[in-house]
Design a protein around this ligand. Sequence first.
Ligand SMILES: Cc1cc2nc3c(=O)[nH]c(=O)nc-3n(C[C@H](O)[C@H](O)[C@H](O)COP(=O)(O)OP(=O)(O)OC[C@H]3O[C@@H](n4cnc5c(N)ncnc54)[C@H](O)[C@@H]3O)c2cc1C
Length: 408
Amino acid sequence: MAPDRRSDSFTAGQTIPRTALVIGGGIAGCAAAYALAKHGIAVTLIDRAPQLASAASGNPRGILHARFGAGDNPLHHFVREAYVHALGLLDKVLPVDGVMRAECGLLQLACNAVEQKRIARLAEQEWPEHLLQFVDAAQASRLAGVEMSYGGLWFPTGGWVVPPALCAALVRDARISQRLGHGVETLEKAVSGWCVGGRDAQDRAWSDEAEVVLVCCAHSAKKLAPFTHFPLIPVRGQITEVLETVSSKALRAVVCGDGYCAPAVGGVHVTGATHAFEDISTEVRAADHAENLMKLAEYAPVLRQALGAEDVAALNGRASIRCSAPGSMPLVGEVQSGLYCSLAHGTRGLLTAGIAGEVLAAQICGQLPPLPATILAALNPLRRVHFPLGAQSAPYQNVPLQRERNNG
Ligand SMILES: Cc1cc2nc3c(=O)[nH]c(=O)nc-3n(C[C@H](O)[C@H](O)[C@H](O)COP(=O)(O)OP(=O)(O)OC[C@H]3O[C@@H](n4cnc5c(N)ncnc54)[C@H](O)[C@@H]3O)c2cc1C
């Protein structure tokens, strides 16, 4: 039987709004703006920073890391759908050029007991070869170009992208205008839609109104009244940039264990990333560089050796804050009439933001959603938010907080 793609939010004959405000110019906001603009909606994309992709989406490179699970649960189905969707979207807006995007392949190494178990369970199922293959250490070494101590999974279409370039490409549309340097402080229901307001970079008050508003500003959304009770958790992460060496230059695929390392571009590898819950500092720390390199030594010891001795205090890197939610699924959907969100993309926004944008566009325009109802239900913010007694009521699932086992 075909999966049920209809959901409660599907309304045949619904009027398509003419205007939308999207708060947040990271990958979630840019992908949502892209999807709405494709439906003919005039979008204003608002960000408090003077440029797009200034926060978690601002890393010099990110990887397309689909950590598939063998289980039959909505998260596993969602990750698979998101990966395939992300590849299609990237082909449209950011074709492979080796500079802004590479489809160099990606290895997930069976480097510890958890990964061995996950990969063994995946091996019990049938997978199309163009999606993923099972490889031993010798095959993994040939694919990586550097000796690997472990086999695992090979994703031929995996690779890396430059997230700020992806954000810029998504909003290259005449129907999208940008209002940068405009922090949103208030979000209120208006006569026909929603009104947002705040102060701009020169500290001048401003406001704007539209038929629909999409909140895509990661954990900062909690400061806006309708989102106060959302279970948004800031998780600091740091990547490390390491100069290539004669030996490490041979690396030609992304390798992942409890972390990842990407082939050098312009003489620089990117490796990462650390995870620190409830830490919102974006200072770059030598201790985090050391942690990234230590993890690399565990899952790819020969590659770590190839990079040579590093003075961690002298390394470059970047730290920013992910937004996560219990259960590891993003929060995507309608919050109140005309108010939507795409939040908590956690460690895999490059995979999940695109399809989240399509889900919202379909809901807003009353079209058939691009995902089955079971996944939409798991994404639905109103099922995941615990509203205290006396506040707005909504059903919720109390999903325990868990460390997302992903690398981004
Ligand atoms: C170290 C690290 C490595 C990662 N590596 C990967 C990876 O390899 N692959 C992958 O898929 N994912 C990776 N991720 C996760 C990925 O970066 C995130 O999932 C993604 O960037 C989230 O996008 P976003 O748009 O939700 O949030 P953000 O990119 O954080 O964007 C939020 C935007 O909202 C704006 N904003 C906030 N408050 C306001 C306000 N009040 N008014 C106006 N604007 C506001 C901010 O300025 C910001 O631009 C990594 C994350 C980190 C931290």
